[in-house]
Design a protein around this ligand. Structure first.
Ligand code: FAD
Length: 496
């Protein structure tokens, strides 16, 4: 029996490996020709696979490592060498993937058995037994998971007496704050060689120099230790903040390792909770972090699983404009957007608030097609996989579906001003809505509410926003519409 590990299932102690005679890894390249992936994304996946191959061989496994155009080609080579082989594989979370792989294997005379995916704590059967309706609500799921997994609990109550500490987790750092150190995992020879091959072989978007992502289990564990020791304490209060010149603040930078399977969610949660138990990190930071990993990450996977294939095609607000060129060339005078796109271009990473309140917020208000934004996130980010990017972009980021959010996460320039120091140094005036130098977020925001009134006013959660819009007279509204049209033209022409 051979265990087939996909490129994002690289945990060397995964249960799927129990009793394996042989391990198959197929480094298929055709997918990378379909989009201009970030070179750090491709370099990360292929380098992590090659390192996993070497580590598995060192651990005594026979490893059949196939470099091929497609999975089909890789399987041809595998079954030529091992006719009729039985394969075991962790069920992949991407919609329809398991069925496609089964067909590929069986049509080559092999057989395949799928086992549970141990990169998540909540199995599909458990989620489905807990919720059979379609009203997905994260807070209820998260509390259920806290109790079920007994994480940060005091009997039946949350430790500290609160389920969340949102109020303390919306601070911005003082001007003299020095961000905690960020670990670098400089490429070794194998990773360097992989990155060189990726940049020579594929049309990519983004910078490959400066690659510093963990590519092995040992590096991922170091990244986790480093986060818990140096940044976890500041994670809570500053998780919504943005600081000019800082790409990471106190975020964990662990998503790429978690999504590749180099780290498991349980050990990541245990490490954070351990810091709380020994008084090395405050409850608001640890709870804030646990909420992301035990709550949001698991929740998104199930929303995706339950709502595909409709999810990927959804657009509640029928927006169809092309994504403006600034998402590709980074050319804009808007300081917050310039910083966020630059972070993605340089590292294939931007932290959550940049993804949500800058990159998605602007695209939403501008009226970009959410599906194109989803594609952009897919090829641009080192941690992007269909199961996690799609619900985040279409549900949380753009309100293309209301399947788990009851209102869009959109805001005027006010939010960016409150949570960052970008606006003080920006070419645009965050306090102005109309006029040549007015912050583009402002007119776009009111115009968006006006434009989508029929759908949004009735959601119930937007009442306050519409009461502000109602106070604007016709002259003000028409100036806003004119300014929004100018901004859209300028963005489309690459002159924002
Ligand atoms: P931290 O801020 O340190 O959070 C800790 C961990 O919590 C993350 O590593 C991640 O595993 C998990 N997490 C936090 N929020 C989410 C969430 N909403 N969904 C799933 N997991 C979450 N995350 C991805 O892993 N891949 C993506 O392609 C992705 N695309 C996104 C697109 C948009 C528009 C938005 C709004 C969010 C997206 N996220 C995605 C979720 C989140 O922004 C990233 O997981 C996080 O920024 C990764 O950085 P970090 O490891 O420093 O996370």
């Amino acid at each position: 029996m051979t265990v087939w590990l996909l490129g994002d299932q690289l945990h060397p102690e995964s249960h799927v490996l129990d009793g394996a005679d042989r391990v198959l890894l197929i480094e298929a390249t055709a997918f990378a020709e379909r989009k201009p992936y970030h070179p750090q994304k491709l370099g990360l996946v292929f380098a992590a696979m090659r390192h996993a191959r070497d580590a598995l061989r060192d651990a005594g496994y026979e490893v059949d490592y196939r470099r091929a155009e497609t999975f089909g080609d890789g399987l041809d080579a595998h079954f030529d060498a091992h006719p009729g082989d039985d394969l075991r594989l962790m069920r992949p979370p991407s919609h329809g993937a398991a069925e496609r792989l089964r067909t590929l294997v069986e049509s080559r005379g092999g057989s395949i058995t799928f086992v549970a995916d141990d990169r998540f704590l909540c199995a599909p059967e458990a989620f489905d037994a807990w919720q059979d309706g379609d009203a997905f609500r994260h807070e209820a799921f998260y509390r259920w998971m806290r109790r079920r997994e007994d994480v940060l609990m005091d009997g039946d109550d949350p430790v500290g007496g609160q389920w969340n500490y949102d109020e303390s987790n919306r601070e911005t750092p003082p001007p003299d704050w020095s961000p905690p150190p960020v670990p670098r995992f400089d490429p070794d020879d194998l990773t360097r060689e992989t990155l060189d091959w990726v940049t020579a072989r594929f049309d990519t978007w983004g910078e490959s120099a400066g690659f510093a992502w963990p590519v092995t289990r040992a590096e991922a564990l170091d990244a986790l230790d480093h986060f818990v020791e140096h940044r976890l304490s500041a994670f809570g209060p500053y998780q919504d903040a943005m600081v000019d010149g800082e790409f990471a603040l106190a975020h964990s930078l662990l998503s790429s390792s978690l999504n590749l399977g180099l780290l498991g969610p349980e050990e990541v949660i245990d490490a954070a909770v351990g810091a709380y138990r020994r008084d090395a990190a405050p409850v608001e930071s640890v709870e804030g972090f646990v909420r992301q990993v035990l709550g949001w990450r698991e929740f998104m996977r199930h929303v995706y699983r339950r709502r595909m294939p409709d999810l990927v095609a959804s657009d509640l607000l029928s927006r169809s404009r092309d994504l403006p060129p600034l998402y590709y060339d980074g050319e804009t005078e808007m300081r917050c957007l310039d910083a966020a796109v630059g972070h993605v271009y340089d590292r294939g990473y931007a932290h959550h608030i940049e993804r949500l309140m800058v990159l998605s917020n602007f695209a939403s208000l501008y009226g970009a097609d959410p599906r194109e934004l989803n594609e952009w996130f897919h090829f641009g980010f080192v941690d992007a996989y269909h199961w996690v990017t799609t619900p985040n972009v279409l549900g949380m980021g753009t309100f293309a579906t209301d399947v788990f959010t009851s209102k869009p996460y959109v805001s005027s320039g006010n939010y960016v001003d409150r949570m960052s120091d970008h606006c003080a140094a920006c070419a645009y005036d965050v306090d102005a809505t109309t006029g040549d130098d007015a912050c583009p977020f402002n007119a776009l925001y009111w115009d968006f509410l006006d434009d989508h009134e029929e759908t949004l006013r009735g959601t119930g959660r937007m009442g306050l926003m519409y009461s502000h819009l109602d106070r604007k007279d016709d002259a003000e509204l028409s100036a806003i519409r004119e300014r929004a049209a100018t901004i859209r033209n300028r963005a489309r022409e690459g002159r924002l």
